[in-house]
Design a protein around this ligand. Sequence first.
Ligand code: NDP
Length: 448
Amino acid sequence: MSEYDFDLFVIGAGSGGVRASRVASAYGAKVAVAEEHRVGGTCVIRGCVPKKLLVYGSHFAEDLEDAKNYGWTIEGASFSWPALRDHVLNDVDRLNAAYTTTLNNHDVHIFHERATIIAPHRVRLASGQEVSAKFILIATGARPFVPEFPGSDLCITSNEMFHLDALPKRAVIAGGGYIANEFAGILNALGTRVTVVNRGNTILRGYDEQVRDRLLQIYMTKGIEFKFKAPFEKVEKREDGTLDVYLTGHDPIHADIVLFATGRVPNVEGLGLGHVGITPDDLGAIPVDDYSKTSCDSIYAVGDVTNRVQLTPVAIREGQAFADTVFGDKPSTVDYGCIPAAVFSQPPIASVGLTEGEARNRYGNIRVYSSDFRPMRNVFAHRAERGLYKMITEEPSGRILGLHMIGPDSPEILQAAAVAVKAGLTKQAFDDTVALHPSMAEELVLLK
Ligand code: NDP
């Protein structure tokens, strides 16, 4: 008989926590997980998945317009936000149930309540029950960060975007990162007048400069307004419930919603870290070693709460590596090199490896190949919008250091190409591959 109630107690049933729970259980561990919200976590409940469905839903606006050139007459087409919203929320319910079933099928005990660590092997649940475990895994994720200023409580975050009663006529979006650009695309396509307000003078810092400039140019052509170097002074509510947004150095903006997308902060409050000597870093994240172990030997942490790379597939890898290491007798670490990433803007951006600037700084001798093209479907639909693919190589070897794309379906294309970049292939390997014609992806083997 074990001296503990469980071999593993996981706090948080999101992407990282669920993977770690079910893999540890498959290795024979007795596992429990505590989740105070809904099983599935940010990605499934209020992030990647419902967002992507909204991207699909909103894109029909353009597709229906383009359909005319393909001979279709669609009379009486109309859009219902409540219909899209409710279908998306139903799908979230389906996934929530699927994740719960997965845990049940793996004999993972679910406590639907908050857990606080009270000792290296002990947690206390909100109900007051105490549970012991040989290992504790913290997988509590992160939440949206909203800076404080007068009226900041009148603003919403991505969490609320999936539950709006009505589609806003005018929206102000604060931030220039992933969430800001994704929701700017969704709302603009659905007919909302969108103004993106950022503290800096660029969007998507960290992405390739030419690619993000292309998105900015396309978004401005689509009618999205941008205000750069525009700090928020205050937001005030009118009697009719609409909002006046005051920015330093810019005219006020009248809007129905103000969405803050200014980064996410790790969920460490009330976890009881002080009881076990774990001190969060300056950004509030839990420091861990290569095996995701905290400063307390029996406690590990994975996913956004560790703020290594805030992406779902990374949290899943970390959860898997943790379970392999601790319960599978296979010490494993996560390789953070060449992680592909995408912004589901309209058009989307996809990227893997170093940007041109990073490559130049790190390697000096590099070469840049590119293709600036108008996708066939855009030509036919009389859309001016151009795609841009860029490949950065180390010279003289020709090894690919980075690949950056903007254009329809670029995340779908990049995922396959990322295998080649990760494998260390050269530009020559792409040149040696015959083009698949006609496709957008063929531009990758025709780069000049
Ligand atoms: P991002 O980190 O992508 O962008 C944050 C933006 O807010 C930046 O433009 C930043 O400006 C600005 N900002 C940061 N702090 C402040 C502040 N105090 N006041 C004003 N502006 C500020 O964060 P998001 O919220 O868009 O997304 C959070 C994370 O979620 C992402 O980092 C990503 O990892 C993940 N995510 C991934 C998605 C995907 O993979 N497609 C989709 C959605 C989210 P500056 O550039 O000057 O720092």
